[in-house]
Design a protein around this ligand. Structure first.
Ligand code: CU
Length: 124
């Protein structure tokens, strides 16, 4: 479910050079709710991203921008108890296209970021 994401894997070389391996996985989205590219009939109350590796409980950014660029997220991102999930509540969304922009620091201290879109409104 990462079709429209843009990713910045700045630490690939570091990963390849390391022999430690086990704890070096940096964090990319494993699941997004709503999904990337999804069209919803009703406005979602929040956006949630589950990452494939733990994230630090600092420095995370999660914005949901409407077509005018206004951030419709309410308050700061919330960290899930599993250590790998980030969510944010949303103001009521009107029909239209929305861009989710995220940035996190993984447990390996590497920063990853990306964006994807979803749509509120009737499909077709
Ligand atoms: Cu990394």
């Amino acid at each position: 479910m990462t079709t429209t994401m843009t990713l910045v894997p700045a630490c690939i070389a570091v990963l390849l050079l390391s022999l430690a391996g086990a704890v070096l996985a940096h964090s990319f989205p494993e699941q997004e709710i709503p999904s990337a590219g999804e069209t919803l009939n009703a406005a979602p109350p929040q956006v949630t991203i589950k990452f494939d590796a733990p994230i630090e409980k600092l420095f995370a950014k999660l914005e949901v921008l409407d077509s005018s660029g206004a951030n419709r997220a309410v308050g700061q991102p919330l960290y899930g108890s599993d250590g790998a999930t980030l969510s944010v509540k949303l103001a009521p969304l009107k029909p239209g296209d929305y861009t989710v922009k995220w940035a996190v620091v993984g447990a390996d201290t590497h920063r990853t970021q990306g964006s994807y879109t979803f749509t509120v409104g009737k499909s077709g």
